[in-house]
Unconditional design. Structure first.
Length: 344
């Protein structure tokens, strides 16, 4: 085994990642070593690079929380996976396993949760250390590159739609048709929902239509809220906001039907004004949703294994990571870029 690996690291917030030659880590007790095959690039990786959020990762760190690879070494005492298994190392890197939230399958909000590619080094590296109790198990028949976007964008979209509590035959708005949103459209259709896609880019909206969206609204038009209310006959029962843009949040609340639920998953830094009278008088629920539990992960992957959901991916080598970040920030990535480690 070679003893060094390439890893793209954030050394300073707001600065380009630096590709370093680092020692391949050795799994300690209870850990596994994963040889990375593919890792999707999430908009969260941009927020991480820029230090956008109140909880900041320690520097330097390796981002990437859509890493898929093969288990190549086991630390002492590991029984949950075996060498040769294909696993994903997700945002929910580990949790305590015994707090009230862990016991209720709400482990993403565990106070001791660690986050992959954030508080722990992630998948923009040739090897990743992982916790075998929290890795995603990739179904046979899904390639590493196809699976990568599912372990963050997929599970987050799927869980977010469930959190809207919209039922088959009802309307959901998916606001933001990027990495998360293009999968959300597919999950929502597979779940029997009517979909109204909202974005600021006509190309993304055309893509949503190809993926099955029943209506599309460009948020740059004069009154996107009125357009959604018209298209959905009174507002959507569920609204999922994936857009990393503050104006989308107030608009999303306006697009929510009376007694509907607006689920927030995009995390642009900052705050947004809430139209209090409308929320109260229309009995609207506003709810945050943070990735998903391990059970949600298995369900989200099963949709793809059944052929009902497929990520649209563009493959790039690790050496292109800073150009990929630039394009993602500029809204120039059509759906999801996946770093393909076979291309190194
Ligand atoms: P992305 O860049 O791939 O897609 C964002 C999309 O939003 C683009 O299509 C863009 O055109 C569109 N958009 C921008 N402004 C808009 C507006 N005003 N109205 C409607 N659409 C608009 O990003 P992504 O990887 O899908 O991530 C989206 C957000 O979700 C990020 O903030 C990310 O950090 C967050 N995220 C949250 C979770 C969670 O668990 N809650 C998980 C993953 C990602
Ligand atoms: Zn993500
Ligand atoms: Zn816990």
């Amino acid at each position: 085994m070679t003893t060094y690996m390439q890893a793209a690291q954030v050394e300073q917030f707001g600065q380009p990642l630096v590709i370093q030659k680092l020692p391949i880590p050795t799994p300690g007790p209870g850990q596994i070593l994963v040889k990375t095959e593919a890792c999707g690039v999430c908009h969260t990786d941009l927020h991480a690079r820029d230090g956008d959020w109140p909880l900041k990762p320690g520097l330097p760190f390796t981002p990437g929380h859509e890493g898929i690879g093969i288990v190549v070494a086991l630390g002492d005492g590991v029984t949950a996976v075996k060498e040769g298994d294909r696993v994903g190392v997700p945002w929910l890197y580990s949790a305590c396993g015994h707090c009230e939230f862990c016991l209720a399958a709400k482990e993403p909000v565990c106070a001791e949760a660690q986050f992959g590619g954030y508080t722990q080094n992630g998948g923009f590296a040739e090897y990743i250390l992982a916790d075998p109790n929290y890795v995603a198990h990739i179904p046979a028949g899904l390639s590493a590159c196809d699976a990568a976007p599912l372990i963050c964008a997929g599970v987050t979209s799927y869980k977010g739609i469930k959190e809207t509590q919209a039922r088959p035959g009802e309307w959901v708005v998916i606001s933001g048709i990027g990495g998360l949103g293009h999968l959300a459209v597919q999950y929502a259709k597979a779940m029997g929902l009517h979909v109204c896609a909202v974005d600021i880019d006509d190309g993304k909206l055309a893509h949503a239509t190809r993926l099955g969206a029943d209506a599309v609204v460009n948020a740059k038009q004069d009154d996107p809220v009125a357009a959604v209310i018209e298209a959905t006959g009174g507002g959507a029962h569920g609204v999922l906001i994936t857009a990393p843009s503050l104006p989308a949040f107030k608009q999303g609340i306006g697009m929510t039907r009376k007694h509907g639920t607006c689920v927030l998953v995009g995390i642009p830094p900052g705050e947004f004004p809430t139209p209090l009278f409308d929320v109260v008088a229309n009995c609207i629920t506003i709810r945050g949703s943070f990735v998903g539990s391990r059970r949600d992960m298995a369900e989200a992957l099963a949709f793809a294994a059944d052929g009902k959901v497929k990520a649209d991916i563009e493959l790039q080598p690790l050496s292109a990571i800073n150009e990929v970040f630039r394009r993602l920030n500029a809204g120039e990535v059509p759906s999801r870029v996946v770093i393909d480690f076979a291309a190194q």
